[in-house]
Design a protein around this ligand. Sequence first.
Ligand SMILES: C[S@@+](CC[C@H](N)C(=O)[O-])C[C@H]1O[C@@H](n2cnc3c(N)ncnc32)[C@H](O)[C@@H]1O
Length: 225
Amino acid sequence: METKRIIQSYGRKRARGLSETQKENLVTLYDIYGITLPESNVNPHDYFNGQFEKITLEIGFGRGEHLIQNAINNPTMGFIGCEPFENGVASALKAIADNNLNNVKIYKGDARLLLDFFPAHSINSVYVLFPDPWIKKKHYKRRLLSTEFLNRLREKMAEHGSIIIATDCENYMQNVLENLKSIQGIKYTDDMTALSEKPSWFLSTRYEQKALSKGKKCYYLKCEV
Ligand SMILES: C[S@@+](CC[C@H](N)C(=O)[O-])C[C@H]1O[C@@H](n2cnc3c(N)ncnc32)[C@H](O)[C@@H]1O
């Protein structure tokens, strides 16, 4: 498949030097739990030999706390996490191994590249939690949740699926709501007050905790397919 040029939506790929163990995990554990870009279309169920009825995709899992907790809580569901940040990938791989999880696969890279290989209606839930906000106007074009990407995500969603988005950036959430207006076949509320109430089912993330500890408001959106 031809790789399209896409605008980078993430900040850094590495925070500081990786330890020797992290470097080793990125090779040995990635061999077990990692995904490499396929050469042709692939059904995400195949990564788990078809043993799970439902597939959840988490885009930009950071250090993986939410992804891992979700996978522990839902052992009969397959989870695919995408993240280009190597330190985060190393942490998530270690957590998968430590918890002996057989229901998580990791793609070390831009989720958009992997998603292109998945057939329509192959994913049941998608989480995009605290995507890089790109707060300067000149950087808005870097925001991951463009109309085009939301459309692609929608195409991949199975019936009764859900797309869950959270952010502490009010302007980002408003931008997402604007972009969603042209997406067919989804239900959600666009009431910002309602969106600022944390749903009881929401598992916390590192960025959410950071934002809340600074007294920032967070917004939680669930789009139902
Ligand atoms: C602000 S962090 C939030 C991390 C985590 N979700 C949390 O809430 O703690 C955003 C993450 O999204 C990742 N990211 C940005 N663009 C991405 C893309 N196209 N595919 C996958 N991950 C991406 C970044 O590398 C970064 O780790």
